[in-house]
Design a protein around this ligand. Structure first.
Ligand code: FES
Length: 575
């Protein structure tokens, strides 16, 4: 371990001064009982904490931060924990995604404006991971992400149940009259029974895996359960390592290269990861200056799904960890030449050095590339007159027969319209129809809601049907499943073709051909377009700023003025 930093520490511009300003910066800090020697030029490590009791998935983060601090002190650093806006998926309305970019601004300015040399990012619940990575990327200091870890497997009446995925399944059973309400409520405390985030391969676990695949986290960041003592060890070791990273000047941009993003895209395919990773990785790439495009997600289309985890499969994150975790998957990808092996990671080693000796301990959970769980996974990027700038579908989560489908559109103008009519027995719909939802995109909802996996009409459910083609400009929970086309761009509220679809129009979905087509002639389309009126924008506040500046899904749904980096320098320093 080197002991002297490669370049002067930025924290010394605060704490290293001998004048009045130095007095002010140090003296007020000392009211916390901090001894003078901590200001002697050792790396100051910010611990960016998304702890909140309103974000249950991150509610254990103050304790986790203590383990980070132990590591920082041990390596000769000076840890300082700070809170940022927390985004709890299960509580925050109208959707946590509305605030991802706001939280990223909080992270960015909290890091840049303070005497911080390197930062540990404590992330967990879905949006907290991209928000922290985006904000930190715009500062480009040494940064290391530590995920909070998934919950233990849910257990209900002897059965294993997955967070999220189990909710969708059981609520459909209640609606179909196959499950009592009392059983449904009992399942609540059986599903989420320990600290940690959702334990299916939903968005939180996907993003924790992306952290590891991008090289931004230590090996096994993705899957160690939150309650497993090894999660605390990982936090401790991250604390040690970030101090070294500061001394080495190992900044985020040295790790988040195009190769790192391509590794992450392929990894997402191999784990059957969430479609939400598409928008989050595009946004993170935008901040760090990597020219990632929606079309780059096709790089994952030749990658098989190797893990048998819900919602695409059977098992849960706890099983995944015991089976070898993400390193075992990355080794499979590396051996199949599906990984950029030289990509650098936060521990200073290449991703291949980290995983080349990883082992799989359960082939029911992690499959080899030669005999995969599902032959083709990944995210398919669809284009056509209904999605001029693109749309996505996760084929591995869909009923295979529906991946090639032509059907009559049944249109819902917004989510309220959907909820008002979906259970109406007189709704003119059958299993061959294509459900279309408008107004769920970044501008339209606003906030790009997870409503794309529309509930099936009750009358269809009663026939035993479990999947239909559904198309929207919204997102889908990573724990959900179905033949669901998402992220249609441009969205309806931005005047995309989706806004012009009417009941009875025929729609063609051809996943193999990567095509999404509204079968009406161009003249009729233009006539409808001329009649279309844009929705009224919000009057004030964050909603107004968001709607006026948010980019479309195919660009990552970041605010246009936030794309890019300003570095770590404080623009105007009066001290
Ligand atoms: Fe927090 Fe699922 S609700 S990760």
């Amino acid at each position: 371990m080197s002991t002297s930093p490669k370049k002067p520490l930025r924290s010394q511009a605060w704490f290293g001064k001998a004048d009045k300003d130095g007095f002010i910066h140090r003296s007020w800090m000392k009211n916390q009982g901090l001894p003078h020697h901590l200001f002697d030029g050792r790396p100051v490590i910010g611990i960016c904490n998304t702890w909140s009791e309103l974000t249950p998935c991150n509610a254990h983060f103050r304790e986790l931060a203590e383990y980070v601090k132990k590591g920082v002190y041990e390596a000769g650093g000076f840890p300082l924990e700070f809170p940022v806006m927390s985004l709890g998926e299960s509580n925050l309305r109208p959707t946590a995604m509305l605030f991802r970019n706001l939280a990223s601004m909080d992270v960015e300015e909290s890091i840049r404006g303070n005497p911080i040399d390197g930062v540990i990012l404590l992330c967990g619940c879905d949006k907290t991971t991209p928000a922290l990575l985006m904000g930190a990327a715009s500062c480009n200091l040494p940064a290391l992400a530590v995920s909070g870890g998934p919950m233990l497997n849910g257990r209900y009446r002897g059965e294993t149940i997955g967070s999220g995925t189990g909710v969708w399944q059981m609520s459909e059973q209640v609606r179909a009259g196959k499950m009592e309400m009392a059983e449904f409520i009992e399942a609540e405390s059986c599903m989420n029974r320990s600290r940690g985030h959702c334990m299916t391969m939903g968005t939180a676990s996907t993003m924790a895996s992306m952290v590891e695949a991008l090289g931004m986290g230590l090996p096994h960041n993705a899957a160690i359960p939150a309650v497993d003592a090894r999660r605390q060890v990982l936090a401790h070791m991250a604390g040690r390592r970030i101090v070294e990273m500061v001394r080495e000047d190992l900044t985020m941009s040295k790790i988040l290269t195009r190769e790192a993003f391509e590794n992450a895209i392929r990894t997402n395919a191999a784990i059957g990861g969430s479609t939400n990773a598409v928008v989050h990785l595009l946004a993170i790439a935008g901040r760090i200056g990597v020219d990632l495009k929606l079309e780059d997600w096709e790089r994952g289309s030749d990658v098989p799904c190797l893990v048998n985890l819900q919602p695409s499969g059977e098992f849960l994150m706890e099983d995944f960890y015991y089976a070898g975790g993400l390193p075992a998957v990355l080794r499979e990808l590396g051996e199949a030449q599906l990984l950029h092996r030289d990509a650098l990671t936060v521990n200073g080693r290449s991703i291949w050095e980290n995983v080349s000796r990883a082992e799989c301990f359960d082939r029911k959970v992690i499959f080899p590339v030669a005999e995969p769980f599902k032959p083709k996974a990944g995210i398919a990027v669809l284009k056509g007159n209904l999605a001029v700038d693109g749309a996505v579908i996760k084929p591995s989560a869909a009923t295979p027969e529906l991946l090639q489908h032509r059907g009559r559109a049944v249109v819902f103008e917004n989510v309220e319209d959907l909820h008002a009519r979906i259970n109406d027995e007189s709704l003119d719909i059958d299993a061959s129809c294509v459900m279309v939802l408008k107004g769920a995109g970044p501008k339209g909802y606003p906030g790009f809601a997870e409503v794309g996996n529309m509930p099936l009409p009750t009358k269809v459910l009663k026939q035993g049907i479990t999947d239909m083609v559904r198309i929207s400009d919204g997102r889908m929970s990573g724990t959900a499943y179905g033949a669901v086309v998402l992220h249609v761009a441009p969205e309806a509220a931005a005047g995309g073709t989706l806004a012009l679809v009417r009941d009875g129009d025929m729609i063609e979905l051809d996943v193999a051909g990567r095509r999404l087509h509204l079968d009406i002639d161009d003249a009729e389309l233009e006539r409808r377009r001329a009649e279309w009126k844009a929705p009224e924008p919000p009057a004030r506040g964050w909603y107004k700023l968001y709607v006026e500046t948010v980019q479309q899904a195919n660009l990552g749904a970041d605010l246009a003025f936030l794309v890019g980096s300003s570095g770590a320098a404080v623009p105007r320093d009066s001290h």
